[in-house]
Design a protein around this ligand. Sequence first.
Ligand code: BT5
Length: 257
Amino acid sequence: MKDESIKLSELYKAMDWTYKNYVVHQFSELESTNNKSLELADLGKIFQNEIIVAEKQTRGRGRNNRNWESPIGNLYFSLVLKPKITADKVHQISFVAISALRIAIEKLTKKSVENKWPNDLLIEKQKVAGVLLESKINQNSCEFVVIGIGVNINSSPDNTIFPATNLAAQGINFSSAEILKKFLDEFEIIYQNWLDFGFDRIRKIWLQKPYRINQEIALKIDQKELNGIFRGIDQDGNLLLEDNNLISKISVADVSR
Ligand code: BT5
């Protein structure tokens, strides 16, 4: 693993550093840390617990290829994992990651941070971070997972559908390295918990701080809007929406309100 890491840094002029079991490849600019991680993982040139960081991204992505505003000053990284799991469990890792990030930010900042389903973090009801999980599946088993995370540290866009914020605007000052390290501290505990005991533990951690639980929410699914009461998440991370005393399970949507 060490030899390959060195080759990678020579090849791409990345600056490398290590933290615990993790190797961090730090780039000044990339299209997207997820794109680079997916490309390298596919070529077999990046391994479990390696992280790609970029100081800025020129084509940062959210879910469904949406844009993730990525100017210099915020944190953008992707962590590569190779868990021995079946394809149906892969999406659970995004709840593991966002829960670790929430706890990390709460511990560092002493601010209350909420989970907006499925994997956004809110401070004062505004989005401060998001996760984009991507993976390669081969015959129903997972070859690798890329956990992409963006945290707004110094700036946030003001033209988003759901309001955005950043840590500086909330009076909080931490460097991207401090946030990344704290995330890794929390992630290694929660990830191991998930591997050992399954999703139920993660579900409970996620449900410690859900945005608008037992309140009216609006969901966007493609062009349609659904309204109902948010009743939490099920054993697989689906959103539970109550309408007319009926509960529906929603696997893909945006909570727009
Ligand atoms: C997400 O998508 O929230 C996942 C964001 C993941 C970004 C990281 S950065 C490192 C890694 N490399 C990548 O290329 N991506 C990952 P989603 O839930 O689809 O939210 C996207 C929506 O959030 C956009 O359509 C905008 O409305 C809004 N948005 C864009 N940039 C934002 C920002 N910096 N802060 C808050 N909201 C933003």
